[in-house]
Design a protein around this ligand. Sequence first.
Ligand SMILES: [Zn+2]
Length: 52
Amino acid sequence: MSQEKLVKLQCQQCKKINYWTTRNKKTIEKKLEFKKFCKWCRKHTVHKEMKK
Ligand SMILES: [Zn+2]
C-alpha cells in the first residue's frame, strides 16, 4: 500500500504553486523547504510545502 502523498510547493514571494513533490512516511519529519526557481518572480525563491 502506497503512503505517498502529493505536496504542493509554494513560492513564498508570489504565493504561486510552482512545483509538486511526493513524500512518503519516511520523509515526513519536518516541513519541506526548497530553494527553487520561480518563473513568476524570475529568480530563485524559497518554496515551502503548502497545507492542503
Ligand atoms: Zn514566485
